[in-house]
Ligand binder design. Structure first.
Ligand code: FES
Length: 154
């Protein structure tokens, strides 16, 4: 995003929240919703316009898991690595996804289709291994099964 567009995006988020420094989380949420993630330039611009030190903006942006400082894919894949899923073969499912998408845990595919992450227990242990893609829960996943599941996403 060009710097001009970035300035306007940040200004719009600040206007919406009356330049209230205590609403930094909400402001960053709006900026991320527009850009898709929080590039360093967006953090710097937010700090500048709001009059908050960049160190503070950065610590808020890195503290909350909902914020991403790198580009993310359209679909977020979360492979559950909790104990129950682990003993049921989650590692093999994760490895299959990494191989299929040619990315490692924490990575995003070049075409920005998928971002791959792991979580610890999503409360559906009896159905493990669990793979969550966006809002969809896929249970009893196998390395073979995950390939056809991934094909369902555009
Ligand atoms: S360990 Fe995976 S859902 Fe509980």
């Amino acid at each position: 995003m060009a710097i001009k567009g970035l300035r306007e995006t940040v200004k719009k988020a600040l206007d919406k929240h009356n330049n209230d420094k205590s609403l930094l989380v909400d402001i960053l949420q709006d900026v991320q919703a527009t850009i898709g993630y929080l590039p360093k330039a967006a953090l710097v611009e937010t700090g500048k316009q709001l009059g908050v030190p960049i160190s503070r903006v950065y610590s808020v942006a890195t503290f909350f898991k909902a914020f991403s400082l790198t580009k993310r894919g359209r679909h977020l894949i979360n492979v559950c690595m909790g104990t129950a899923c682990h003993v049921r073969g989650a590692v093999k499912v994760l490895e299959q996804i990494e191989q299929e998408l040619k990315i490692k845990r924490g990575g995003t595919t070049r075409d920005l289709k998928f971002t791959l992450e792991t979580v610890n227990c999503v409360g559906a242990c009896a159905l493990g291994p669990m793979v969550i893609i966006g809002e969809d829960y896929h249970g009893e996943m196998t390395p073979e099964g995950i390939i056809s599941v991934l094909k369902q996403y555009n």
